[in-house]
Design a protein around this ligand. Structure first.
Ligand code: HGY
Ligand code: MN
Ligand code: MN
Length: 412
């Protein structure tokens, strides 16, 4: 294992100890653990010669100026530092830490870059706290909207109140961190979170496109009642309605190639074993590589929910909290990344991403490309998420080769 990969493994392990939930890895938007994570990663950035700052959306930014001067364009690298609940230690963190080590290696080799580099640690990609993902990269690219600031977490804090208490100042919607013409592109290294590279026995691959994604909050409302005395035909059971909808979403996805549907959270009120549920509030996550298929599935599921509500005499509400179109990676940037993969790995593989990534949001500001690293058993969003040090070493060599390749072909 090369020295860079060894250091990367150490960084990943150390960062994985920074959590809001002792005994498991959980770091959510602007939490105490996120503050500590930003501080730790900023130390590593500064040790590599990057100037660090945190923007008003809580993103950590490490910047390496170019000897070519302030007019040089900038290459963006990065990923997210927040995690899902009980997460693995690679999702997001890998894409922030690996570029830091790649830049340290280029400095050791005394490689002078004709462009500046920014390593980005986004403050919120998973959408765990506010059910709306990408708040970090939306802030960085000037795509945060007033409607994003109104989402509330489980304790009733809004995005706006969380941001203002984090910084102790009023929050104003940020402008894009850069002008399009000042950027060379955004490259994100990320674990595949799927089985393809493992099946193909490859350490890394290059992403072709990222699936479109819709997330929504759904609410069925019925009527509480006595579980022992209320006849079945007189009930207005909100949880039974939500369960019927969940199975309908699953069966629609099973019969629609490429569609995935997930109900990941469910809360029931009043929540007693002997009371018929009056309310069932739950989430829907719907994805497909083609937007037309996803939009058609959404129409079908809304109609299904309305039918269930009418038949069970329930009320129903649907709030879309996120809707991202599918994104195609920039061919020229992906081709350069593929050339580096071929140089290091001997061959490359192009594959789509079913998972969402900050690259989706970054694509509005600059061309994007992604490098995937093999995930053992395709497992992710789980503490057993794993990529081997050997594969991490391959990814590191690919990014180093890619940056040098860009430097050769680019004069600012
Ligand atoms: O949910 C996703 O696709 C990503 O892990 N945020
Ligand atoms: Mn994730
Ligand atoms: Mn991720």
């Amino acid at each position: 294992m090369n020295a860079g990969a060894k250091l990367l493994v150490r960084y990943l392990d150390e960062l994985a100890q920074v959590t809001d939930e002792p005994g498991k890895l959980t770091r959510t938007f602007l939490s105490p653990a996120m503050r500590r994570a930003n501080a730790l990663v900023a130390d590593w950035m500064r040790a590599t010669g990057l100037a660090t700052r945190e923007d008003t959306t809580g993103n950590l930014i490490g910047r390496l100026e170019s000897p070519a001067g302030p007019r040089a364009r900038t290459l963006l690298l990065g990923s997210h530092l927040d995690t899902v609940r009980d997460a693995g230690r690679f999702d997001g963190a890998l894409g922030v830490l690996l570029p830091i080590i790649a830049l340290a290696e280029l400095r050791r080799r005394k490689v002078s870059l004709p462009f500046a580099v920014e390593v980005l640690g986004f403050s919120e990609e998973e959408g765990v706290r506010f059910a709306s993902a990408y708040l970090g990269s939306k802030g960085y690219t000037g795509q945060l909207r007033a409607s994003d600031l109104g989402f509330a977490d489980a304790k009733g804090f809004t995005v706006r109140s969380a941001l203002e208490s984090h910084h102790g100042a009023l929050f104003t919607l940020p402008k894009p961190a850069h002008r399009k013409r000042d950027l060379l592109g955004y490259v994100e290294v990320h674990i595949e979170q799927g089985p393809v590279l493992e099946v193909k026995k490859l350490a890394v691959g290059v992403v072709t496109a990222i699936a479109g994604q819709t997330r929504a909050k759904l609410l069925f409302k019925g009527h509480a009642g006595h579980a022992g005395t209320t006849p079945m035909n007189l009930r207005r059971d909100a949880l039974a309605g939500a369960a019927e909808f969940t199975l309908a979403a699953e069966s629609l996805a099973k019969r629609t190639p490429g569609l995935v549907a997930t109900v990941g959270t469910m809360s029931v009120a009043p929540g007693a074993a002997n009371v018929i549920p009056a309310e069932a509030a739950f989430s829907l996550d719907l994805r497909h590589p083609r937007d037309a298929v996803r939009h058609h599935a959404l129409r079908q599921l809304r109609a299904t929910a309305d039918r269930i509500a009418r038949r069970r005499k329930l009320s129903f509400a649907w709030t879309t909290t996120q809707d991202n179109a599918a994104v195609t990676c920039a061919p020229a940037l992906a081709a350069a990344l593929t050339a580096s993969v071929r140089t290091v790995q001997g061959c490359s593989l192009a594959l789509p991403s079913g998972a969402g990534h900050d690259a989706v949001v970054m694509s509005a500001l600059t061309p994007v490309a992604m490098l995937f690293v093999r995930s053992r058993a395709g497992l992710s969003h789980h503490p057993d998420e794993y990529s081997s040090p050997a594969d991490l070493g391959v990814a590191l060599d690919v990014l180093i080769d890619f940056i040098e390749r860009l430097a050769r072909t680019h004069s600012s």
